[in-house]
Ligand binder design. Sequence first.
Ligand SMILES: Cc1cc2nc3c(=O)[nH]c(=O)nc-3n(C[C@H](O)[C@H](O)[C@H](O)COP(=O)(O)OP(=O)(O)OC[C@H]3O[C@@H](n4cnc5c(N)ncnc54)[C@H](O)[C@@H]3O)c2cc1C
Length: 466
Amino acid sequence: MTAIPSHIITEISTIVGSDSITTRIEDLHCYSYDGTAKPHLPDVVVFPQSTQQISEIMQLASRQRIPVIPRGAGTGMTGGIVPLHGGIVLTTTKLNKVIEIDRDNQIGIVEPGVITAELQRAARHQGLFYPVDPASLKYCSIGGNAAECAGGPSAVKYGVTKDYIIGLEVVLASGEVIHAGARTEKSVTGYDLTRLFIGSEGTLGIITRLIVRLLPIPPHKETFLLTSHSLRRTTEMVSEILNNHIKPCTLEYMDKTAIAAVSEFMEKPPSESVKALLIVEIDGEKPVVAEQAEKLRRLIEGQEEFQLRQAATQDEIEDIWQARRAISPSVLKLRPNKISEDVAVPRSRIPELVEFTEQLAEELELIILTFGHAGDGNIHVNIMLDRAIPGEAEKGAQAKDRLFKHAITLGGTLSGEHGIGFSKAPYMSYELDEATLNLMKRIKNLFDPNNILNPGKIFPDHNTLD
Ligand SMILES: Cc1cc2nc3c(=O)[nH]c(=O)nc-3n(C[C@H](O)[C@H](O)[C@H](O)COP(=O)(O)OP(=O)(O)OC[C@H]3O[C@@H](n4cnc5c(N)ncnc54)[C@H](O)[C@@H]3O)c2cc1C
């Protein structure tokens, strides 16, 4: 654990200003945890207001070998912002300006602390939209989205954060400021450093400015709820929809436990006999949406295990979305603790993955529920626990381990969008071979030779080059 000498704290305070730094113990607690609820205290929290200040902090931290943990809004699910070794938590909340929305070129320039929903609002004022829509969009920051490569329901049609960030300003561990990418749709000048920083979880540099691609707002959207008495058929239906030339902008899935957890938020909750549901949304020009919706109706027609209902009013649509976004917090009424995973598998393997989690739940006598972005094979698996019950934490760890191994045998991956943080770091070798992992460790070493940027994340011990 770092203990930063008081004269260094004074130096940091001189850089950011005395109203943008805190060492008060109650504040340190507030900046010690994220969704993993496994806290560790920093020594100091700073709120810089410029790239220059961040550069100066990094120069100082580099000289003094002090860990620096970049932090957006703290909504991460894998411990990315937890200061495992103490040090400086560097929050971007004061870097929260939408600098420019360039309507003609359909791009935006933003600071990293801008809340994702704020960027969406600013774009909408200019007739444009930023499609990446994590369920946490009202709280998370665009810098955090870039560092995690966040996704959301619309990824099935529009892709994820890496598809929308075309340029970055980044402060390196040394304090140098670099510029990756350009404000043009295309740029192949040298290596694609932008992509390297996207999803790097604050381990390679601090993102201080982003150039984002925006799209024209689709003029029309229709929302459907597809409920079923068959879990298997619901999960099979995901591929069937996409293979029938239907291109939804949302294809979200919920099993019966997830539905039960949020049905109180729904005006018209599905009946108790429903085993699973899909939220299907189609957007675009009105005639195209009508044609796609008709294809969906024809696909379902005659399949008695399904019921298709179209949301008729805006209230009904909001009702569905409120329920979908409430799953994560609501499930805590089932058990006080949870292990929240976001494995992804090829879409056609979703039925096998979901059936495996059902078997696992039965065998280990745990509640395990599944929901999420089925359209891109990204299934959220919540393993519910009561850590106060002896043996329950161990059963949870076993379930997590077996889930990861199974997802990988299905051709899947440890994380579709939440990243690795420290919670999945021990499992990296399940998915990546030694040569690949070592190359990643060398990249980390090149960018951050003193391991001061978010140490302990992605690789538990990055300096061990096996
Ligand atoms: C209820 C709920 C629903 C969620 N739904 C989704 C979802 O649908 N899709 C999804 O992808 N995620 C989801 N998440 C997870 C989380 O919201 C995302 O990972 C989000 O991108 C994190 O943003 P943040 O600003 O909170 O980042 P933080 O939690 O503050 O940080 C996350 C990581 O990014 C790094 N970081 C932050 N800012 C910077 C920066 N400027 N430069 C460099 N590194 C930085 C941090 O060091 C850390 O490693 C959900 C979380 C919750 C609580």
